[in-house]
Design a protein around this ligand. Structure first.
Ligand SMILES: NCCCC(=O)O
Length: 240
């Protein structure tokens, strides 16, 4: 059986509808998984059942994150937030990780993964992180790899991609700041921006600041391997 992979839905401010990116569903299907969209439901019993039904969780990209979730008030550079989505993702993530089911978290998802773990983040990286930053909101096409990421040797990301240096796309203004001890920073850009984190305690809980779903669409080998590794981990978990 193909593993069922829940993709957390995105939502536009003021619109009563959910959406998911085609690139996310396509990358999961191409890797052998069955994607389903997860609306922002509430209720501990409902979330528990949802976590039980899915074989893996894909935390998709999207809007900014409510800063009080990591003990801060809003910075002037904070963008749109959708508190119902933050709440839903954090609660579901906790239940999925409790069950040691695989999690692949993209961009905003990598930030949610870190907040759930007890870390914090820059609300607006360009105005909060000193130094010469790279361009993290590329003007190149979505699938274009525009800067490099140094990958930690022996990490899950290394094993998945078989590479210690990846060229990645970049579309974010927020980023992870402090990452707790039980997580590994497994990818970093040359300006110090954290590009990948992974749990040391779970089989597969990986957060990527870039968008491999767009690069996979264009046939990028490392991105395809990330999705294949994720779906394969979801398959193994489902077979237990
Ligand atoms: N924080 C939401 C993800 C996108 C961004 O960081 O700009």
């Amino acid at each position: 059986m193909r593993p069922i992979i829940g993709i957390t839905a995105s939502k536009e401010l003021g619109k009563d509808e959910y959406n998911v990116e085609l690139a996310d569903t396509e990358a999961i299907v191409r890797a052998g998984g069955l994607p389903i969209m997860l609306p922002h439901i509430e209720g501990q019993a409902e979330l528990e059942e949802l976590a039980e039904h899915i074989d893996g969780l894909f935390l998709a990209g999207g809007w900014d994150i409510e800063p009080t979730l990591f003990g801060e008030e809003p910075h002037p550079g904070l963008g749109v937030i959708i508190p119902s989505r933050d709440r839903f993702e954090l609660e579901l993530l906790e239940k999925v990780l409790e069950k040691n089911k695989p999690v692949l978290a993209i961009c905003r998802g990598a930030q949610i993964l870190n907040i759930a773990a007890g870390g914090d983040m820059y609300q607006d990286t360009p105005s909060q992180l000193a130094g010469n930053l790279l361009q993290h909101q590329q003007r190149a096409p979505k699938e274009h790899g525009s800067h490099f990421v140094e990958v930690a040797e022996g990490s899950l990301l290394h094993r998945l991609t078989d590479s210690l240096k990846l060229k990645v796309n970049s579309r974010h203004h927020q980023s992870n700041r402090h990452v707790p001890e039980h997580y590994l920073v497994s990818g970093i850009a040359s300006d110090g921006v954290i590009e990948a984190i992974e749990s040391k305690e779970h089989g597969f809980a990986l957060g990527l600041q870039w968008h491999p779903e767009n690069m996979a669409r264009a046939g990028d080998a490392a991105s395809l391997r990330i999705f294949e590794g994720f779906v394969s981990a979801c398959t193994e978990e489902g077979d237990e």
